[in-house]
Design a protein around this ligand. Structure first.
Ligand SMILES: *Cc1c(COP(=O)(O)O)cnc(C)c1O
Length: 360
């Protein structure tokens, strides 16, 4: 006799990428930063006072929010700290979407969106991305017509890495009569030369909620720390009502604050990842695995027509290289490959040369 709610029983659940116990693999499957967190963070961890553990943490993560607010040029009460960006997605649904009310997403994108919608009993209104992974013009009309209460957009897009300009998101926010979550999990890897910045949109629109995480750009996926940025009226109900009272722990708060204070150290890793990304895209292209222009720390590479992406994924794993394959429409013939160190990427390329039939 199942006791769980109907929506829970029907939900499929999210399948995370493999986290092997062995460190002897080239791990290019879960978009982690290949470089370690900065030295100041490791020092803060070693020097953690016992009282930080004995006492409850700051309930609102005050020190972190003040630091993040300064960095982004917003007010502290326009920031909510969360236990990983994933928690902000769940909070946004709990806060802004009545159970059963529809949620809009662009397809394909981060698989967790659909899982969280299902758990809320919310039908998903999916708008397919254009062939070049851009947001189609009719998206607003479809979302508005279906009466969605929340729209989730990941930018740079996952899993393609393609960046939508801020002007496109601005137009979406202006025309939608509901909350727009801009999931910027990978925004740190955008080439600064693009001048991409959505934070000013928060001043203009009261329905924009920006998601940031320390998991990718700041090499802290294991810490579980992210935050949301939006106008006070949007942030306040999450800060004071829907969030768990102590949702971010004392260790995480300290390390996250130190991390933002030493942002320039992480910037060095972003520069290296961007250089490795562009080099890897070129080498994969030469091997017959083209990918769209990525502004993220991964590439969505199409395998040659005569190969199966699922088989190539398995063959890579057998050679100690983990990448990700999704069995979803438009993704079956592709591999999502996290950009590693130049050495990681070289091992991937060597394994691929070994696996793929030599082109005639
Ligand atoms: C990684 C990721 C997140 C958030 O991850 P956390 O580790 O929970 O901070 C959110 N959205 C997308 C698309 C991601 O890839």
């Amino acid at each position: 006799m199942p006791y769980e709610r109907e929506a829970v029983r029907r939900a499929v659940g999210y399948t995370p990428g493999k986290q092997p116990a062995s460190s002897d693999v080239v791990k290019l499957n879960t978009n982690e930063n290949p470089y370690p967190p900065c030295e100041a963070v490791m020092r803060a961890l070693r020097e953690l006072p016992a009282d930080a553990l004995r006492r409850y943490p700051s309930p609102f993560a005050d020190a972190f929010r003040a630091t993040a607010a300064r960095m982004h040029g917003v007010a502290s009460d326009e920031i909510v700290a969360v236990n990983g960006g994933d928690e902000l997605l769940r909070l946004a649904i709990t806060t802004f979407v009545d159970p059963g009310a529809p949620i809009g997403i662009l397809e394909p994108s981060y698989a967790l969106y659909r899982v969280l919608a299902e758990l809320n009993g919310s039908p998903v209104v999916g708008v397919p991305l254009a062939a070049d992974w851009t947001i189609p013009g009719e998206a607003v009309r479809v979302f508005a017509g279906a009466g969605v209460k929340l729209v989730l957009v990941v930018n740079p897009h996952a899993p393609s890495g393609v960046l939508a300009p801020a002007a496109v998101l601005r137009e979406l926010a202006r025309s939608l009569g509901c909350v727009l979550v801009i999931d910027e999990a990978y925004v740190d890897f955008v080439d600064p030369a693009r001048g991409h910045d959505t934070i000013p949109l928060v001043r203009e629109y009261d329905n924009i909620l920006i998601l940031r995480t320390l998991s990718k750009g700041y090499s802290l996926a294991g810490l579980r720390f992210g935050y949301g940025i939006g106008q006070r009226a949007l942030i306040e109900p999450m800060l004071t009502k829907t969030r768990d009272s102590y949702n971010v722990d004392a260790i995480a708060q300290r390390l996250a604050t130190t991390t933002l204070e030493h942002r320039h150290a992480a910037e060095g890793t972003w520069r290296r990842v961007r250089a490795a990304r562009d080099a890897l895209a070129g080498s994969l292209g030469e091997l017959g695995l083209p990918s769209p222009r990525s502004e993220s720390n991964f590439l969505l590479a199409a395998v040659p027509e005569r190969s199966s992406a699922a088989e190539v994924c398995r063959a890579l794993e057998a050679r100690g290289v983990l990448v990700r394959h999704f069995g979803a429409p438009r993704l079956e013939d592709k591999l999502r490959i996290t950009v590693g160190t130049p050495e990681d990427n070289a091992r991937l390329l060597a394994a691929l040369r070994d696996i793929l039939p030599t082109p005639r």
